[in-house]
Write a protein of this length. Sequence first.
Length: 264
Amino acid sequence: MSTRPRIITVANQKGGVGKTTTAINLATALAAIGERALIVDIDPQGNASTGLGIDRQARMISSYDVLTGAAGVAEAAMETAVPGLSVIPSTLDLLGIEMEISEAADRVLKLRRALREAPEGIPYSYVLVDCPPSLNLLTLNAMAAADSILVPLQCEFFALEGLSQLLETVEQIRTSINPRLTIQGIVLTMFDRRNNLANQVVEDVRAHMGEAVYETVIPRNVRVSEAPSYGKPAILYDLKCSGSQAYLQLASEVIRRERRLRAA
């Protein structure tokens, strides 16, 4: 495949909002409907890699090597148990990368170059980048490389507060580095319909952000929480649970938006 993949960065500077869960299950759903997908794990914690069953000892080449230019995307990508889904795993080496590349003039463009300038092209239709829970140099690299940003937002009281800071950063990246960057969408996660506050948050976010918010809302779901400890996406662990079904719906919504963006 010679056409360039669509690069979607999954980002939120807050931890515990379902970012990695969203990246894993969205990529799995995309693979399930016939798209070739790649997750690039640039969170030093490596939860996306673990959640896809990649043992730490098996991560011989990692996203650290890709960012430092020691390895290309093709060398670093590992197949997962999901047909059509690969991952570039993360290691703790990433903890020191800011120090290593902070003096480089192109420090924010390392990931972009790796993903967009691979001489042989990249055989994926979608690349999802899973970011650390902070607006650091790794996240800025992911935004500089991306076509669009997908923002998981937990249905809790301070949800909108953190969102404004993230959107400001996206705007700065768009202005200075990546003028084609768009917000792919905001996905509301960990929704509990019995909780009045959660319902209020959904209303508030939709009122403020309008069509940027996906129709699909991801429910709080025990099976989705259990799946990473088995090294499986929820969709593989329990396809019929409400969380898995929601992620399948989200994938179809993402693809519809992508088609509209491409047409535009």
